[in-house]
Design a protein around this ligand. Structure first.
Ligand SMILES: [Zn+2]
Length: 610
């Protein structure tokens, strides 16, 4: 049940004397109006009405980050033109007390009306955007909240720009009030982005619950087929936990661009409609949306204790993004397989890609999955420095850990239980019953209870350290083997990536412990010549292909104003494999495990083969 919100604008008091006195307008709960009268300026206008407490000033705060986007964004920097008044339009004094706190001198009034503009012109899923084609409202960067009072119901009225016909959002509409929505508290408001414009809206039902697909970039595609495909994916994702914890779900598809951000009953995703006749294209699209959709379980409901309720002022630390993100990557593949879109061999190939992504990063010797989770605030969307050599992706390692956990549980229970049981138990116990996130220990305890066996190697070693992973032993549970030895390629390796800049060949990255690193090559060096031959990117690649491991080559290198010659001893050129394939003669349990874990589906865009 959601709280019905009263928006009391004023009331008349009949005093004992019989005199009617018009009281000061009073709001019971915070309410917002967002308008966008001049889209070409990219400014959204926000009016907030908020009750005040006599004798106290009112601190209003803007979140510094957006859940799911683990980076301090300082949304307050886009707020301009802040004004404060009392309920009768009299100006109130205010001051900024921190970078994201506005203190309104409201001790003598019962309600406050503040207004401000928000510059909205960044195309990301965690920023607001406004132009003459659409408005995307990212609520954490738009709505202030009274400090310490996040648990209040809120209403939002949208005033679309002229020519904008529709409002799409996961927020609950207020009956009888067009374009007005309510949230049971600020956490819900901050988790419900809003798309305003002329988007096309398709829909389908799963388990009697409506799902809407709002598409910004209309085009020519088979709507029925697209909806049918997405519906199959949603059905497979819902079946993992076997519960629908929302009243409606909104896919907000924002057209070309990068990234998606999960929410409790919606997703905002930059996404082009795929070619429905190209399996690679539609599998990529469905996998992306399966990932974001499954997050409504894994991270929104099934969540580490640090990830909700949130502290919007500062970083919220967890060791478990490998579970929240990496295991969601793992499920993205499983869901596509279960929906009939991803054949077994393609699925195994995806697992290989995740393992490859982890194993080929030099940082896998330095950073554990738990550390990568905790340090996300240092690295998220912040390339540069030596991060390519010193960090890993918790997406890749987490997907590998999900695979290990699933196979370990299946093995320990002779295939009677799986990682699905862990997800369901976490959902039932911590989300539904205790209504909270879980600790690292609780995750381990649930996993070990489901497995009926200790899982120390996974939790104490693979998730918490940089120790080598014994993939072969776990994959053998499903009758699979993994090719660990790399393939030797022709030619030799320098161990440096390059980019061309105005005709110059610049070192973009130096792999740790490589030939280039041993020779003292540095990022930003310009390679003038290789073995006496002037080279660009293509010529360098040709030279390396013609060389042999152990060759000593003189490189002419410019570093700022100096030119120097260095000798490089080239490395073998190796192509890592990690190819996963079925063993020739699996035993009965191995076959049964593989069939139960990864059904051998056809993978077409028609109906699933099973
Ligand atoms: Zn994700």
């Amino acid at each position: 049940m959601r709280t019905t919100i009263l928006r009391v604008s004023c009331c008349a008091l009949l005093l004992a004397t019989g005199t009617v006195v018009i009281a000061e307008p009073r709001d019971v709960h915070p309410g917002f109006t967002v308008s966008m009268a001049e889209p070409s300026t990219h400014y959204l206008h926000v009016v907030m009405r908020c009750p005040a407490t006599r004798g106290r000033d009112l601190d209003l705060k803007m979140p510094s980050w957006t859940p799911g986007y683990y980076k301090i964004m300082d949304h307050a920097r886009h707020v301009v033109g802040f004004r404060a008044e009392d309920g009768q339009g009299r100006s109130l004094a205010w001051e900024k007390t921190t970078k994201n706190t506005w203190r309104v001198r409201s001790r003598d009034v019962d309600s406050v009306r503040v207004s401000y503009d928000v510059y909205a012109f960044a195309r990301s899923v965690a920023d607001s955007y406004l132009d003459d084609s659409r408005a995307f409202l990212s609520p954490t960067g738009l709505f202030l909240h009274p400090a310490g009072q996040l648990r209040q119901p809120v209403t939002v009225t949208i005033e679309p720009a002229k020519g904008f016909a529709r409002v799409s959002t996961g927020l609950e509409p207020v009956a009888g009030s067009p374009d007005t929505f309510q949230a049971s508290d600020f956490d819900e408001l901050y988790d419900c982005p809003v798309l305003v414009g002329n988007q096309e809206v398709l829909s389908f039902d799963v388990r009697g619950t409506p799902h809407r697909v709002s598409i910004v970039d209309r085009g020519r595609f088979d709507r029925d087929r697209l909806v049918e495909m997405l519906k199959r994916v949603v059905e497979a994702a819902v079946a993992v936990v076997d519960d629908v914890p929302y009243r409606h779900y909104d896919f907000l598809l924002l057209g070309e661009g990068m990234g998606g951000l999960e929410h409790r009953n919606s997703v905002a995703a930059f996404s082009k409609i795929p070619n429905l006749d190209d399996p690679k294209d539609y599998r990529g699209w469905l996998g992306f949306l399966a990932h974001e959709f499954f997050h409504l379980y894994n991270v929104k409901a099934i969540r580490p204790i640090a990830l909700g309720p949130f502290d919007y002022d500062r970083e919220n630390y967890t060791n478990l993004l490998w579970l929240s993100e990496g295991v969601t990557v793992y499920y993205e593949d499983l869901i596509l397989n279960r929906a009939g879109f991803l054949p077994r061999d393609e699925c195994l190939d995806r697992f290989r890609e995740h393992i490859l992504g982890y194993e080929t990063k030099p940082g896998h010797r330095l950073q554990s999955a738990a550390q990568a989770s905790r340090d996300v605030w240092l690295y998220f969307l912040r390339p540069g420095g030596d991060t390519a050599n010193t960090t890993i992706s918790y997406y890749d390692k987490g997907a590998a850990l999900g695979l290990l956990l699933d196979l370990a549980i299946r093995h320990e229970t002779t295939n009677r239980r799986s990682l699905d049981d862990v997800m369901r138990t976490l959902y039932d116990v911590y989300y539904k019953k205790e209504r909270r996130g879980f600790t690292d220990d609780e995750l381990r305890r649930v996993s070990e209870t489901v497995a009926g066996a200790p899982l120390a190697e996974i939790f104490d070693v693979y998730a918490s350290t940089t120790a080598d992973i014994d993939y072969a032993r776990y994959l053998a549970h499903a009758g699979l083997e993994i090719q660990l030895a790399p393939r030797k390629l022709a030619g030799a390796s320098l161990g440096a990536s390059t980019r061309e800049l105005e005709g110059r060949l610049i070192v973009a990255g130096v792999t740790r412990d490589s030939a280039a690193a041993r020779a003292g090559l540095s990022v930003d060096d310009e390679i003038l010549a290789f073995g006496g031959v002037r080279v660009g990117a293509k010529a360098l690649a040709d030279e390396l292909r013609a060389a042999a491991p152990g060759d000593k080559v003189r490189l002419l290198v410019a570093r700022r104003d100096h030119v120097r010659e260095v000798e490089v001893v080239l490395d073998p050129s190796l192509e890592p494999s990690f190819r996963i394939q079925p063993v020739a003669h699996p035993d009965a349990l191995q076959s049964q495990t593989l069939d139960a874990w990864l059904p051998n589906v056809g993978g077409g865009a028609g109906h699933p083969s099973q």
